[in-house]
Design a binder for this molecule. Structure first.
Ligand SMILES: Nc1ncnc2c1ncn2[C@@H]1O[C@H](COP(=O)(O)OP(=O)(O)OP(=O)(O)O)[C@@H](O)[C@H]1O
Ligand SMILES: [Mg+2]
Length: 260
């Protein structure tokens, strides 16, 4: 087993831990338990970020969050994703993972939907003291829009950059970025993105933050401004999370351009 002393950032996609076809928050219990077990078998430090799935996107869409400021919509959506966070944290703790929720609404400010600042000292201390911070897609206050939807896909590369963490992966319900034949694209870099862009769309379900295209764009931004390689992989398949945490490359790799 390759246990790194550096933390790993893992995103649990809302499409894996919830039923995204539901019109209200529904947890996929079996999937969450299996994931909690795999996470518990990893001994290193980690940060978990989970998607909002049907606990967030449905309400964000209903109240048009990000387009119009709706205090009731912001509260309903935030309360709903907090419920999911509590289910995730409780299940992880049942399996012995010392998980603790960090709600982005309470520590983040955005500007036009992009993170302007996030309070990180608590997360650093949690990592130093053996706790596993669990963040999630949330509604957060925004300097221009008043409130916006902050995707877990944006939080992951932000944390990687700010905390200088180089191993990160977005686990979702597909094997990675798929081409038109359903085959996994092995690698995308900023230069090769144009070759693959036409395969990559939003989500098959309700998703206000860009589905697969949103993920690829967030990770490409990171690869343009750092030497970090990240992964989009299938967290819905047995053992993949365990293998990812232990250092196996998998799914689609999003990498910086090769030096010539
Ligand atoms: N080329 C592609 N390859 C793979 N998936 C794609 C592609 N184009 C679009 N998709 C869609 O993107 C979805 C994944 O994004 P989505 O945001 O729904 O998942 P998630 O991140 O697990 O959920 P959440 O945002 O709630 O965390 C896939 O389930 C699929 O419907
Ligand atoms: Mg999404």
């Amino acid at each position: 087993m390759n246990v790194s002393t550096e933390p790993v950032i893992l995103k649990l996609g809302g499409s894996v831990i919830t039923d995204k076809a539901a019109d209200q928050g529904v947890v996929r219990e079996d999937s969450l338990r299996r994931i909690a077990k795999e996470v518990s078998e990893y001994r290193g430090k980690m940060i978990i970020v989970h998607g909002a799935g049907s606990f967030g996107h449905t309400y964000a869409k209903k109240y048009q969050l990000g387009k119009v400021f709706d205090p009731e919509g912001a509260i309903v959506t935030h309360e709903s994703v907090k419920k999911l966070a509590s289910r995730v944290v409780d299940t992880l703790n049942e399996y012995g993972v010392r998980a603790i929720a960090v709600h982005p609404m309470c520590c983040t400010i955005c500007r036009n939907g992009r993170i302007e600042s996030m309070y990180l000292d608590n997360i650093k201390l949690m990592l130093e003291n053996g706790l596993v911070p669990v963040l999630h897609g949330d509604v957060v206050m925004d300097l221009e829009l008043r409130a916006c939807v902050l995707s877990g896909d944006q939080i992951v590369p932000y944390l990687a950059k700010e905390l200088k963490i180089t191993r990160l992966g977005l686990g979702s319900a597909e094997d990675g970025v798929l081409d038109n034949d359903g085959k996994t694209v092995p690698e995308i870099t900023p230069k090769t993105f144009e070759d693959f862009k036409h395969y990559i769309r939003g989500s098959g379900s309700t998703d206000v933050t860009g589905g697969m295209l949103g993920k690829v764009q967030e990770l490409l931004e990171l690869s343009k401004t750092s030497c970090i390689t990240s992964y989009i992989f299938n967290a819905g398949k047995d053992d993949n999370i365990y293998r990812f945490l232990n250092g196996e490359p998998m799914g689609t790799t999003i990498s910086p351009d090769k030096r010539v």
